[in-house]
Design a protein around this ligand. Structure first.
Ligand SMILES: Cc1cc2nc3c(=O)[nH]c(=O)nc-3n(C[C@H](O)[C@H](O)[C@H](O)COP(=O)(O)O)c2cc1C
Ligand code: SF4
Ligand code: FES
Length: 626
């Protein structure tokens, strides 16, 4: 494992040491096998740019694969050979990485890439809204030139059924909408076109109050002002224009960062504010944020920071929702964290599905770097490649290092030995998003919210059979019944509450009779469930919990990284058994136990949750109980 952080760019001085010659000699010795042809080498070089003095950075392999995939709509073997030569790494290594990620299409010699790919989300919320019909009918309608494939949740569950035509998302997709977009699509080489400038901030409008739909353009998207409201309604396809740097600054943005950077607000006070607020990690595990900052800060420098915007948990779309509206509030939170723990580089890992958000974030970072409020650390924006497991913190770190996203064994924990072997503070997007409001308004502001004895705010991503899905910023501890009634306008017409998933695919399933439990960290465990990233999917009398559980198990089977047998084989075997009308309860419970006990990471450990919920609460659906 390397312990040095890769430089931003290669050194420019041409110094050739004996050691570097020896290294080059060794590398060439490893590069036996197929040699690159001239055309492919030229094409790869055109995308990668001039080779830096020290060679191309190994950790950028996935970024380079994206350049090729974007430009040629697939990864031709000849390009991979050329890339391996250009990077001085074995072809097997390139292939091993490329073949891990779902968004890379490996093309054999002579095989053509699909001119256009349509990804139909078959996650639960989209399945409820007719995704299967789209999958069945689109291939015939779109014809041979278009590849139609099923894809796991693309983070637009409030817009279900959601589809991606190449890199454009289609909300509330219909056969007509998708066909229309395909007819006008020009998918070639989006990576080669410059990112568009961010949209200007809209004219100021009076702040809204009450249970409002705030999808209208908002010049100051201040979550503190929006607390206890519906942030999105789920209906619009396009988000409002994001708050730009000028508007953000005009409302005090980056002042807090400046105060901390100048030593006017001590780092210890910032950590104390986070601890007093009770802010816990909002990526799913709920580890106290302030404590994590303290641990990382105590480690030896250099330290690093990694931001998790993989948002792959089915049903979750809160990070995208905030990012699309208010990128600078997140950036300020990230930079405050870097300042407080002394991180030298910030790596932002953004899921590949969020193309528009990536352009927006890249533009916001560039804008900030051009006019920084203080000395900034290096910021690197990294692009996921369609692998849910890369949301797991250690897998994400492997992926940022340019490898297969396979979770690491712990200990050591990444706070001690993380990215490039350095102590790493890793946070979910939303955890950092709240930092400014909490420190500015005081920890009591955040902890003053809460219901049923719980404290804080939660951004629930609500989808499924409710009238008004979307992100709901509600008190921690709210019950499902209250969330649906007070924030979602009730159930969708013709639907009555039957069941709900409180925490995405991993968090289990509860019946309507248990809709009065406080939704928060630690409150659902006694019922075999957890809140995770607060992705709530609501089912009605027209749905079956067993179908939801099967959807989830197939998802886990698809997304298992395959490292450990209980997870790889267990998810596949369970998915097979869950199709039969009457479930083999003994075998399924055995499988669930082995997966939970012997899997390396949270994916395998949590995969049995929905299945266990069905056996416990919905036995009548699978031939058991009364
Ligand atoms: C299988 C799996 C997938 C995960 N996916 C995500 C994700 O998409 N986004 C995220 O922030 N955390 C995800 N996590 C949680 C992270 O491992 C980690 O706890 C989190 O990023 C830490 O940040 P926080 O303390 O701010 O929550 C996932 C965990 C597991 C086990
Ligand atoms: S539990 Fe599953 S996803 Fe996690 S490391 Fe093992 S095989 Fe990979
Ligand atoms: S976007 Fe389809 S389930 Fe999330």
């Amino acid at each position: 494992m390397s312990t040095s952080v890769p430089p931003p760019s290669a050194p420019t001085l041409a110094t050739v040491s004996l050691e570097s010659l020896r290294r080059t000699g060794k590398r060439h010795a490893r590069l036996k096998g197929r040699q690159s042809d001239e055309l492919s080498t030229d094409q790869v070089r055109a995308l990668l740019g001039p080779r830096p003095e020290g060679g191309h950075r190994r950790d950028l392999l996935i970024e380079y694969l994206h350049l090729l995939q974007d430009a040629y709509l697939g990864l031709h073997e000849r390009h991979l050979v050329a890339l391996a030569c250009e990077m001085n790494i074995p072809m097997a290594e390139v292939h091993e990485v490329a073949s891990f990620y779902h968004h890379f299409d490996l093309l054999r010699e002579g095989q053509d890439a699909a001119a256009l790919t349509v990804r139909v989300c078959d996650g639960l919320a989209c399945e409820l809204q007719g995704a299967q019909q789209l999958l069945d009918k689109l291939p015939a309608i779109l014809g041979d030139g278009v590849r139609v494939i099923a894809a796991p949740c693309i983070g637009r569950c409030e817009q279900a059924p959601a589809v991606a035509v190449h890199q454009s998302a289609v909300a509330q997709a219909s056969l007509e909408k998708v066909a229309q977009l395909c007819a006008g699509a020009q998918p070639l080489a989006p990576a080669l076109t410059p990112a568009p400038a961010p949209a200007p901030a809209p004219a100021p409008a009076p702040a809204q109050g009450g249970q409002q739909d705030l999808d209208a353009p908002h010049p100051v998207f201040d979550p503190a002002e929006l607390a206890l409201q519906s942030i999105t309604s789920g209906t619009p396809a396009n988000p409002p224009a994001a708050v730009d740097l000028l508007a953000y600054r005009a409302h005090g943005g980056y002042e807090l960062l400046r105060r901390i950077a100048q030593g006017r607000l001590p780092a210890d006070d910032v950590i104390a504010a986070l601890e007093d607020s009770g802010l816990r990690g909002l990526g799913g595990a709920g580890f106290p944020a302030g404590r994590k900052w303290r641990i990382v800060r105590e480690q030896a420098a250099p330290r690093l920071l990694a931001v998790n915007i993989d948002e792959g948990e089915p049903g979750t779309f809160k990070d995208r929702t905030y990012l699309e509206r208010d990128p600078h509030r997140f950036l300020e939170g990230m930079l405050i964290a870097a300042q407080v723990v002394g991180a030298e580089v910030c790596y932002i890992y953004l899921r590949d599905e969020y193309h528009d958000a990536r352009r927006l974030l890249a533009a916001a970072i560039a804008r900030l770097q051009a006019d920084p409020p203080c000395l900034l650390p290096r910021i690197e924006l990294r692009r996921g490649a369609g692998a849910y497991i890369c949301g797991e913190e250690s897998a994400m770190i492997e992926s940022i290092e340019g490898k297969r996203g396979e979770p690491r064994m712990r200990p050591p924990y990444i706070a001690q030995v993380g990215l490039f072997g350095r102590p790493t503070l890793e946070h979910n997007f939303e955890t950092l998003y709240w930092v400014r409001s909490i420190v500015e308004r005081g920890p009591q502001w955040f902890s003053s919210f809460g219901a049923h004895g719980r404290k804080g705010l939660r951004s629930f991503s609500v989808s499924g059979r409710v009238k008004n899905p979307g992100v709901k910023l509600a008190p921690a501890g709210i019950t499902l019944r209250e969330l649906v009634a007070d924030y979602c306008g009730g159930m969708a017409p013709g639907h009555e509450l039957y069941a709900y998933l409180p925490g995405g695919a991993s968090g289990g399933i509860l019946p309507a009779t248990m809709a009065d439990i406080a939704l928060d960290f630690d409150t659902l465990q006694p019922h075999g469930c957890f809140i995770g990233s607060a992705a709530v999917i609501v089912l009605s009398q027209h749905d079956r919990a067993r179908d939801a559980a099967l959807n989830m198990m197939r998802f886990f089977e698809h997304e298992s990284c395959g490292q450990c047998t209980p997870c790889r084989v267990g998810t596949a075997k369970a998915a097979q058994l869950m199709v039969t009308p009457v479930w083999d309860e003994d075998t399924l419970r055995d499988l669930a136990q082995v997966m939970e006990d012997a899997s390396i990471c949270g994916l395998g450990q949590a995969a049995p949750n929905p299945l266990r919920s069905v056996l416990t609460h919905f036995a009548h659906e699978v031939g058991g109980g009364s």
